[in-house]
Design a protein around this ligand. Sequence first.
Ligand code: PXG
Length: 290
Amino acid sequence: MSYVYIDGTFYEKEHAKVSVFDHGFLYGDGVFEGIRAYNGMIFHLTEHIDRLFDSAKVIALAPQVSKKEMEEIIIKTCIKNSIRDGYIRVIVSRGVGDLGLNPYLCKKSSIICIADRISLYPKEDYENGLKIITVATHRNYNESLNPRVKSLNYLNNIMAKIEAVQAGVKEALMLNPLGYVAECTGDNLFIVRKGKIYTPSVQSGSLDGITAAAVTELAIKRGYEVISGLMSRFDIWTADECWLTGTAAEMIPVISLDARPIGDGMVGKIFKQLLADFKHLTETTGTPIA
Ligand code: PXG
């Protein structure tokens, strides 16, 4: 049996329901986090809670609890569901209001926490790498809905995902309104060129990825230079290696973009090194679920 936390109470999965008048449902008005647990520990929990509160602050949404209480809710939900390895989804929604988008008419924001399992791509994709394409849907303009806000409105990314799936691939590269590389629909992107590692800066229109930060730190520890800045498709087409990072996908190699093989079209050497480091990190660090 799986249990979902909603505003202080655990409900059996089938009975975990929110109002159709919740503005999270009516308008996508809310924020969320996707977090992973490995080996009985929650990976980078503080970073996820900080980002959740930052996202909430940007949309002028006040969670009903402190960061410390949010941490307790997440841990409690894992314990309740006997999760040692799994996926945690925390949502702060604007709460129940009326029809009409004024958020100030919603009385109280809601907190929902789900702890379950997730698997995004089959094993073969991790071993052989993904082929991806650039899609026409641009990542949101920073001053419309900043991609750093992990909001309940994922239509921008979903529109891009639809294009990718329609074209027969699993992931889409999204550019920003200026045509620079932003990110994929649920992942940050890295490339390797001549031994140096590059990733688009958050100002290019990407989520400030927690997996990306962890992988960057591991790369620096191994002595690699990691450069964050503007990136064009040219850089990816001519790169030696490419991979994506995200809580759901973890680290997944990319072997071609827009039918141009990346490097020799095989999973790269630096990717494999960092993947081993990342696996070790996730298995040995984190906030204990106890
Ligand atoms: N960009 C976007 C747009 C994301 O949604 C990332 C980058 C990677 O960020 P983290 O901090 O997770 O390394 C994400 C995160 C899902 C799912 O259900 C997607 C994400 C996280 C959890 C679940 O597809 N994407």
